[in-house]
Design a protein around this ligand. Structure first.
Ligand code: ZN
Length: 74
């Protein structure tokens, strides 16, 4: 499931929550002040689906040498 980041407009904290896509825009309360003035930030959609876009490098040690049968990304 994707990880979503939310920022509380009242206390300016940012917290992460793993939710289903369907729940992404559902109301959420700030985990610090329990307020409702929370905005969703840009989600980290692909954080757990390979990771190649995040680091820009190989997603596993085998990838460094080209074809990779471990993660199947080539
Ligand atoms: Zn808050």
């Amino acid at each position: 499931m994707p990880i979503y980041e939310y920022t509380c407009q009242d206390c300016q904290i940012t917290f992460e929550t793993i939710r289903s896509i369907r729940e992404a825009d559902a109301p959420i309360t700030c985990e610090q002040c329990q307020g409702n003035n929370v905005k969703r930030r840009i989600s980290l959609f692909n954080a757990s689906s390979g990771g190649r876009a995040i680091a820009g490098g190989p997603s596993c040690s085998s990838c460094a040498s080209g074809a990779c049968s471990t993660c199947g990304s080539h």
